[in-house]
Design a protein around this ligand. Structure first.
Ligand code: SF4
Length: 462
C-alpha cells in the first residue's frame, strides 16, 4: 500500500466532531436513536460513508451516563415505549462550550493553513495569493539586511507601511515577521507587567493622557504605598512576568523612585528586570537608578510630540541618544497610535527608537479616553496595529528581539509580537484606577495567547 494512503496527511484521521453534532441534532427536539443516526448522516460530516450506527448508540449511552443527555420514554400504539434522547441543562452548557472550542479550533486551523501555504511557496501570502515578484524580493531584502544587523532606510519603512491591510504583501510580511521572532528570540515570548504607582492631575496636559489636568478625568492625586507596589510586583513575578515596570509620574520624584526600586528589587527574583519610565536624565542619575536595581528604562519620542504634548521633540531625541549610552537598556514603543497618524510620522518615530538601540520595541494603540481631546475619534484598527508590529519586527531584526503590542492583539502576536503588557494601578489609558488587571487581561491570559500562537513562554532569565 502506498505509504501516503495511511499517513495522517490523507486526512483519514481528522476529527469529525461527532459529539457536538449529535448534541446539536438532539438539542432541536428529543429523538429516537435511529432518527439521530439518520440526521447525523444528513449533516455530511461522514462524507460518503454512513455513520457507524453501533458507535452512535454507544456514544448516546455514554453521554446519557455523563448526564448531558437523558432518556424519555414515549408510549407507542404499535409496541413498547420508545426511548427518546433529549438534551439536559448540562448538555446545553456542554454545547455552548463546544461552540467556543470549535471556534478556537477553526482559528487555529486557519493559522496552520496559512503557515503551510506560505511554506509551500514563500512568494505566496497566507491566503494563497501571489505577491508581486518585485515586492517579494523587496521584503526578502529587508529581512536579510535586518538579520545582518542593518537598520533600514526611512524609504524602506515607508514602503513596508504602505502595503494595504489584508493585501498579499502585508500577509507575507506577517509570515516573515513570525519567522524572524523564531530566529531572533528563539521563538520565546514574555510578559511586561506595569504597575501604575501614582497619578495626579498633570499640568503637562498631553492630549492623549487621562491624567492631563485640563481634561478633568483624574481629579485627585493618588498613589500606591511601597508595600502595595511590592505586593503587586511579587504577584506578577510569581505569575511569570519577565519585566516589572514601576510607572511613576514626574511628580513622584526621582529620590522616591530609587527608594521604591530598592524595596521592590529586594523581593522580586533577580532574573526579572525592573523598569522605570523616565524623562530626561543625566549620567549620574542613570547610574543611581542602576544602583537602585533598575536595568531598563522606558523613554519614548511620542507620536505628536510637541503638538499633542508640550515637550520639545528635539530634547526627547537627545534624551534617547543619551539613553543609549547610559548603561541601561532601552524600551521604546511607537505610541500612542491614532487613526490620524500617517506612515511618515510612524516611520520617523520607529526609526528614532531603532537608532537609539531599543531592545524592546513595538507599538501601542491610543485609547481615546472619554473627556480627553481624542474622545470622539475611533481607535486605530487592529489590522493597522498588527501591521506596525510586523514592520517593527522586520526592521528591528537581530537588534530588537522583543516586539511588544498593546493593547493585546492576537493578529500582532501571530505576526511576530512576542511581548504583551499587563497593567494595574494608575493607567493613563483609563479614567479609573485599576485594582486588578486593566481590562481583566492577566499574565495568565497573555501566556495563553502566546501559546495559541506557538511561542514558548519565558519567565525571567533576562
Ligand atoms: S503623559 Fe505624562 S507628562 Fe503627559 S499628561 Fe500624562 S502624566 Fe503628564
Amino acid at each position: 500500500m502506498d505509504f501516503l494512503e495511511s499517513c495522517p496527511c490523507s486526512g483519514g484521521n481528522l476529527p469529525r466532531f461527532v459529539q457536538p453534532a449529535l448534541l446539536a441534532v438532539v438539542a432541536r427536539e428529543p429523538l429516537h436513536g435511529y432518527v439521530i443516526a439518520r440526521r447525523l448522516a444528513e449533516t455530511g460530516l461522514f462524507g460518503e460513508h454512513a455513520p457507524d450506527v453501533t458507535g452512535i448508540y454507544r456514544m448516546l449511552r455514554s453521554m446519557e451516563k455523563d448526564g448531558v443527555l437523558e432518556v424519555r420514554k414515549e408510549s407507542s400504539d404499535s409496541g413498547p415505549a420508545r426511548r427518546m434522547y433529549a438534551v439536559t441543562p448540562l448538555g446545553l452548557r456542554c454545547l455552548e462550550r463546544w461552540l467556543a472550542s470549535l471556534a478556537a479550533h477553526q482559528e487555529h486551523l486557519g493559522r496552520v493553513l496559512r503557515f503551510v501555504r506560505s511554506a509551500r511557496d514563500p512568494r505566496k501570502s497566507g491566503n494563497g495569493v501571489e505577491v508581486p515578484a518585485e515586492d517579494a524580493v523587496f521584503l526578502e531584502g529587508v529581512r536579510r539586511r535586518a538579520m545582518e544587523g542593518e537598520l533600514p532606510p526611512r524609504g524602506d519603512i515607508l514602503r513596508l507601511l504602505s502595503f494595504a491591510p489584508g493585501s498579499p504583501q502585508a500577509e507575507l510580511m506577517g509570515v516573515f515577521a513570525r519567522q524572524m521572532a523564531r530566529e531572533t528570540a528563539g521563538n520565546t515570548a514574555r510578559v511586561w507587567a506595569a504597575i501604575g504607582v501614582d497619578c495626579c492631575p498633570c499640568a503637562m496636559n498631553c492630549a492623549f493622557c487621562a491624567f492631563g489636568a485640563r481634561w478633568g478625568v483624574v481629579r485627585r492625586a493618588h498613589e500606591w504605598s511601597v508595600d502595595e507596589v511590592a505586593g503587586a510586583a511579587v504577584r506578577f513575578a510569581r505569575e511569570g512576568a519577565s519585566w516589572i515596570v514601576l510607572r511613576t509620574t514626574e511628580h513622584y520624584g526621582r529620590t522616591r523612585l530609587r527608594a521604591l526600586a530598592e524595596a521592590v528589587r529586594k523581593v522580586v527574583p533577580q532574573d526579572r528586570a525592573l523598569v522605570a519610565n523616565t524623562g530626561q536624565m543625566g549620567p549620574e542619575e542613570a547610574a543611581a537608578l542602576k544602583a537602585a536595581g533598575i536595568s531598563v528604562i522606558y523613554h519614548a519620542l511620542r507620536l505628536g510630540e510637541g503638538r499633542d504634548t508640550p515637550f520639545d521633540p528635539a530634547e526627547r531625541r537627545a534624551a534617547l541618544a543619551r539613553a543609549g549610552i547610559s548603561g541601561l537598556k532601552l524600551a521604546h514603543l511607537v505610541e500612542p497610535v491614532g487613526v490620524e497618524h500617517g506612515d511618515g510620522e510612524i516611520a520617523d518615530v520607529l526609526l528614532a527608537a531603532l537608532e537609539a538601540g531599543a531592545e524592546v520595541c513595538g507599538t501601542m494603540g491610543r485609547v481615546n479616553v472619554p473627556g480627553t481631546p481624542f474622545e470622539a475619534l475611533p481607535a486605530v484598527s487592529g489590522e493597522r496595529l498588527a501591521h506596525i508590529a510586523a514592520v517593527t519586527r522586520l526592521c528591528g531584526g537581530v537588534r530588537t528581539p522583543y516586539i511588544c503590542v498593546h493593547p493585546p492583539l492576537l493578529q500582532a502576536v501571530e505576526w511576530g509580537a512576542n511581548v504583551l503588557v499587563v497593567e494595574t494601578g494608575a493607567v493613563p489609558r483609563d479614567d479609573t484606577e485599576v485594582a486588578g488587571e486593566w481590562r481583566d487581561f492577566s499574565v495568565r491570559d497573555a501566556k495563553e495567547m502566546f501559546r495559541q500562537c506557538g511561542y514558548v513562554v519565558k519567565e525571567g532569565e533576562l
